[in-house]
Design a protein around this ligand. Structure first.
Ligand code: GAL
Length: 828
């Protein structure tokens, strides 16, 4: 992502002063991009002439962006549960008063939105300046013609998200970052630096930098472009300077090939990054300074070895993710994204598919920094709609601009390795569906010839027969593991992978037995044994593991999904009644059950099933919990996930025998497309049945004959105390940094009470405040913005954010009948 920070400006000013004091004339004549998130006014609901200069807006709510009005709630069955049961539709107006000092009269002023949900229309001082329907795309408008220098200016933004516009929770509002740019008349415009690495050798790499320079003056200008490349420690490694003559009112693209000796490559284990600093100098004055993060790496596809990163084969252990951040809603927060991807990495994830829309710039930054490869996906719909008010309404007019802009914005991210032009687009069923596919594919290659394209297809064999699959470079198959081999045999030159897999559902900490093959409606929770089949296309992760192993040509898989998300509460709900618009059959079920991690980021058992396949550090996991009062003597299914050679189970120190990974199997129900049996023998789970007796249950994992790791669960006594623990005890001031506090209900010995649902009250004082609360229960209508939360199966989450000052945040959790807990988070 490209950013000119205030720090940079300060630095430049200091440099300029130093240079001036050496009697050489170099000055700075530009303003760094300004964070434009503060002090907006908001009105929920439509306002006549909401853009008018003289509108009385003093009473409007004052807030800072990013903002998602829908997450504020309330949940209501009158809203569509498919989009989270929250008010994601309606009209909202935002206004901001601001002044641009007179001395900037000759500058070019623009406003950049990283995204606004959705149907954005923007006015400056009552003048309409532009619109952008697609809520996920970044856009910029030129404000110069209507700016009043030295006076009050009013920017007004009207958003009008519609009901039935998505299949998931979209959020609503200006939910991503906004910047004001005060550019010199000669400057680098939005996304104006494109970096590729056409040649990468061990001892040297060529970095190609194409810089657009825009001159909006009426005069020709002589300028120099100095591009400096710096390594991850900020050391200059190379630079190049070019003299440019820019005609009046023109734009030039400058091509620079810069060599770097001994490059440190970007990869998933060592995500080394570089920075390109592009400086424009006119008559010894620095008029623009533009910074772009990039990486040096190669990607390639090989029929024998699959996807190659720097020449090394990588199998995608991927996840699909929607853009929401659970209890935080859609309002972008860097740390929330970073935490999500850290949790994913811990599970063994190395790849992400940004289902089904362009992600926030922050998410790509996180993936660049953590070493996660990304499929950057553009659309869930083309011309044929899936919901009455979806993107198909805008496709004809906007698809080309949206797709080109996504690529222009994301092209420098080393993490991005493919562009996906669609997910399960309905055109795959059409004879001439290949035409639109080709058109979109050509746009991608026209913008970026260095990355392959893909689509997630879910019909089989239609997209192959209708030749859509021929148009893209890599063919994604959703939920068709039993057909990988056939597809490859019929199309040996195609590269194939599981673009969406499994869609297993479960609730954290809920266990039902006898094991159920079909979803039970009575609890609105799905059993954590992860054997419940349904929806119809879903299947256990085990089956995908097996099919990936059997079909070595597959580039890997992307599970649906990495994190639970708001909306789409499948297997509940489920009546596609788009005529009246509701999807609320099983209200209050309102968020998804699909992921190995719940909406709060708490791990379900399935997290460890993936970890057992995708990581090497010895691990062992055990389920279910061990609180089965009333079931004494009854057979309880006990399951272990491990990457060890074998596991031994003990109950109250009595051995129940060993199970060998890859040798002993567990029979699980299976009901999936193109599979004619009802059961599947899984070699990925080890299992026992044990007559219940309270006490301690333990698994010990062995590698090479040695006990290397163990896990135990004790029968918990009555809920007795609260335990608070922060993911980070030190956070930064400034209002953007956050700490995630896990709230555990424990017995007097410190055991998690696995059934506890105590209501916990929070007091937060000092240098921060409550940002959100949650508990991962997909069927709870408690507000995410409150100072209390019930535990769900023993856990709740409190998220606190810093404010502008340094200090300490003092947090207290209390609950009737429980010993309270205190915690301090330092704000530096
Ligand atoms: C897929 C779809 C996803 C999600 C998933 C649920 O068909 O592409 O967006 O709906 O099903 O299993």
């Amino acid at each position: 992502m490209m950013r000119k920070s205030f720090e940079r400006l300060l630095y430049l000013v200091v440099i300029a002063v130093i240079i001036l004091s050496c009697s050489q004339k170099v000055e700075v004549d530009y303003i760094a991009d300004q964070n434009f998130n503060q002090n907006w006014l908001f009105n929920k609901g439509d306002v006549e002439e909401g853009q008018a200069i003289n509108l009385k807006d003093e009473e409007w709510r004052k807030l800072n962006l990013p903002h998602d009005w829908a997450i504020e709630g309330p949940f209501d069955s009158k809203y569509n549960a498919r989009t989270g049961g929250l008010p994601v539709h309606g009209v909202g107006w935002y206004r901001k008063h601001f002044t641009v000092p007179k001395e900037h009269k000759n500058k070019q002023i623009s406003i950049e939105f990283d995204g606004a949900m959705n149907n954005a229309k923007v006015w400056l001082n009552g003048n309409f300046i532009g619109e952008r329907p697609y809520g996920y795309i970044g856009f910029e408008f030129d404000l110069t013609p209507y700016i009043k220098f030295g006076e009050d200016n009013i920017i007004a933004v009207k958003l009008a998200p519609e009901d039935l516009a998505a299949r998931w929770y979209t959020g609503a509002g200006i939910y991503r970052n906004v910047r004001l740019k005060i550019n010199h008349a000669t400057h680098i415009p939005q996304w104006g630096v494109r970096i590729t690495t056409p040649s990468v050798q061990k001892d040297s790499a060529t970095v190609n930098v194409v810089t657009t320079i825009k001159n909006v003056q009426d005069d020709d200008v002589e300028a120099s472009l100095i591009t400096t490349l710096k390594d991850g420690n900020g050391n200059k490694v190379a630079s190049n300077e070019v003299e440019v003559l820019l005609n009046a009112s023109s734009e030039e693209k400058i091509n620079q090939e810069i060599k770097i000796e001994n490059p440190e490559l970007w990869g998933i284990y060592q995500p080394n990054l570089y920075k390109a600093e592009s400086r424009i100098v006119i008559k010894s004055k620095i008029v623009d300074d533009y910074s772009s993060e990039f990486g040096i790496r190669t990607i390639a596809l090989d029929q024998e070895k699959g996807f190659l990163l720097n020449g090394n084969p990588i199998k995608f252990n991927g996840v699909c993710l929607h853009h929401d951040q659970g209890p935080l809603g859609a309002a972008i927060n860097y740390r929330a994204k970073e935490r999500q991807m850290e949790i994913m990495k811990e599970m063994g994830v190395n790849a992400l598919r940004t289902s089904h829309n362009p992600p926030s710039p922050e998410l790509l930054q996180v993936c660049d920094r953590l070493g996660i490869v990304v499929i950057d996906e553009a659309f869930d719909e083309w011309q044929m709609g899936k919901v009455p008010n979806g993107y198909s309404k805008y496709f004809d007019k906007w698809h080309e601009k949206d797709l080109r802009d996504m690529i222009r914005r994301d092209i420098n991210h080393p993490s991005v390795v493919m562009y996906s032009i669609g997910n399960e687009i309905l055109e795959q069923g059409k004879k001439d569906g290949w035409k639109l596919t080709k058109h979109l594919n050509d746009i991608c290659h026209d913008e970026d010839s260095t990355r392959p394209t893909t689509i997630g297809f879910n019909f089989y064999p239609a997209p192959f027969e209708n030749r859509l699959a021929d148009q893209v470079d890599v063919v994604g198959m959703n939920y068709k593991p039993m057909k990988y081999a056939e597809a490859k045999a019929l199309h040996p030159n195609m590269f194939i992978y599981g673009s969406e897999t499994s869609s297993q559902t479960s609730s954290r900490g809920a266990y039902h037995f006898p094991l159920e093959a079909k979803t039970q409606k009575n609890t609105l929770q799905v059993s954590g044994y992860d054997v419940t089949t349904g929806p119809a296309w879903a299947y256990a992760p085990d089956i995908e593991f097996d099919m990936q192993e059997q079909n070595k040509f597959s580039l890997g898989e992307f599970i649906w999904t990495g994190f639970d998300y708001l909306g789409e509460p499948t297997p509940y709900g489920g009546r596609d009644n788009s005529t009246n618009g509701y999807w609320n059959d099983d209200w209050p079920s309102r968020s998804s059950y699909f992921a190995p991690v719940d909406l709060c980021g708490f791990k379900k058992d399935r997290f460890y099933l993936y970890q057992s396949q995708w990581t090497e550090e010895p691990m062992v996991h055990l389920l279910p919990h061990w609180n089965w009062t009333g079931k004494e003597g009854q057979e309880i299914p006990v399951v272990s996930y491990t990457n060890c050679d074998w596991v031994e189970l003990f109950v109250n120190e009595k051995s129940y025998g060993i199970r060998k990974k890859g040798v002993d199997t567990t029979t699980i129900p299976a009901d999936l497309y193109h599979y004619d049996k009802d059961f599947y023998e899984s070699k990925y789970r080890l299992s026992w049945t044990v007559p219940y007796q309270k006490g301690k249950i333990k698994v010990v994992g062995y590698k090479d004959g040695k006990a290397v790791v163990q896990k135990e669960i004790n029968t918990a006594g009555k809920p007795s105390r609260i335990k608070l623990s922060a993911d980070r005890n030190e956070i930064n001031k400034g209002g953007e940094d956050i700490s995630y506090i896990t709230v555990r209900v424990e017995d007097s010995e410190g055991n998690l009470c696995p059934l506890a649902d105590n209501l916990i009250d929070f007091e937060v004082e000092g240098a921060g405040s409550i940002l959100a609360v949650g508990n991962g229960n997909a069927a709870s209508l408690e507000s995410f913005q409150d100072n209390k939360r019930k535990a769900f199966n023993g856990l709740a989450l409190l998220v606190v954010k810093s404010n502008s000052q340094a200090g300490t945040i003092k947090i207290k959790g209390t609950s009737k009948g429980l010993k309270p807990a205190n915690l301090v988070v330092n704000v530096n």
